[in-house]
Design a protein around this ligand. Structure first.
Ligand code: FES
Ligand SMILES: [Fe+2]
Length: 352
């Protein structure tokens, strides 16, 4: 074989450049979870690493959560150690006060408020028990959902994956399109897939039918939203399971990850109502589960989702991702990497 020939099984790869994000390059324009809703009581501020900077989420007395840059426009004090006054956040240093649009409304010493006394805000939403911020001036799409169900149709729990991952969120989400690893690492017997592939600029969907290593026959409806969120309905013999992994890029390029698992609500009086606080806690502590009538179903869903994460854990903690030698079986993965490479970026924190 001459140097110019490719092995017959290696598809032509036109673009194998590294997928980069960073200051001056920008970060994928995704909805990123900043914190759990239950962490943010009225009057509370939470500070979190976000992209290569830091943001705060705070909840005013009006109940509305808002995400904005953590650093004061005056001389840069960290607002996460400030206070919420009514619906505004007050800097801990010279007590300048900012409203939920990020505009300075008060300087205690009485100086005229400069027009530039503003904090960069992010479009903010609450869904799935989390406070989300969109990395862009305006959201390009809605907060990630799941195929076939609304949030209110599902009974679910959400938890933070405490260890996080030292890779960006899109590497975690790559798994959904890595068919070799479904076979080797997760030991799935692929019956059919990927099938019914659908894509738009910000969403990829496909189905896969498989058997688990325990012999369970499953039909998965998969969706990737942006580059950081995977959600699925897994239709198992004992009923559908809802699962979601979403990752937030943090300074240094790693991921803070959130895991959701759930089941459709049974028909009846609870159908269509939002999850209660107890249900939101359901995945955090096994003991809480016993208070729930639906605990066995929910626990089964949580174990089903956790098993996938457990399989992936070692690889995701150690991989140095690069698009190296690819083979025919990587076709679906290459399609995903192309989508990620072309994905739009923004950098609001550096611009602030
Ligand atoms: S640093 Fe915030 S008011 Fe001075
Ligand atoms: Fe995986």
């Amino acid at each position: 074989m001459t140097a110019l020939m490719r092995p017959a099984t290696e598809p032509a790869v036109r673009d194998s450049r590294p997928i980069l994000e960073g200051p001056g390059i920008g970060y994928h324009q995704n909805w990123y979870a900043v914190c759990l809703s239950r962490e943010l009581k009225p009057g509370k501020i939470v500070g979190r690493g976000f992209l290569d900077g830091k943001v705060i989420a705070f909840r005013g007395k009006n109940g509305k959560a808002q995400v904005m840059s953590a650093y004061c426009s005056h001389i840069g004090a960290d607002l996460s150690i400030g206070d919420v006054i009514g619906d505004e956040v007050r800097c801990p240093f010279h007590h300048w006060q900012y409203n939920q649009e990020g505009v300075c409304t008060h300087i205690p010493v009485g100086c005229k408020i400069p027009d530039r006394a503003r904090i960069q805000t992010f479009p903010t939403a609450e869904k799935w028990g989390m406070v989300w911020a969109f990395n862009g001036e305006k959201p390009l799409f809605d907060v990630p959902g799941v195929r076939g169900y609304e949030e209110s149709d599902l009974l679910y729990g959400v938890k933070v994956h405490e260890a996080g991952f030292p890779v960006p969120p899109w590497v975690m989400v790559c798994n959904s399109h890595d068919y070799q690893h479904l076979h080797t690492l997760h030991e799935l017997g692929i019956i059919e897939g990927p099938i019914n592939m659908n894509s738009s600029d910000y969403v990829l969907e496909h189905d896969v039918h498989y058997t688990t290593r325990d012999g369970l026959k499953v039909e998965n409806w998969n969706r990737v939203t942006g580059t950081n969120t995977f959600s699925a309905i897994s239709r198992t013999p004992s009923g559908p399971i809802f699962g979601m992994f979403t990752g937030t890029r943090i300074p240094g390029g790693g991921t803070r990850a959130y895991l959701l698992a759930g089941v459709p609500r049974k028909e009846g009086k609870n159908k269509g109502r939002p999850p209660t606080r107890t249900e939101q806690f359901a995945l955090v502590s096994g003991t809480m589960m016993s208070f729930l009538k639906d605990a066995p179903r929910l626990l089964r869903a949580a174990k089903f989702m956790q098993a996938f994460l457990d399989d992936d854990e070692g690889v995701l903690q150690t991989i140095q991702f690069r698009q190296g030698v690819m083979v025919e079986a990587d076709k679906t993965l290459l399609g995903f990497l192309k989508y990620v490479r072309e994905y739009p970026k923004a950098d609001l924190l550096s611009a602030a």
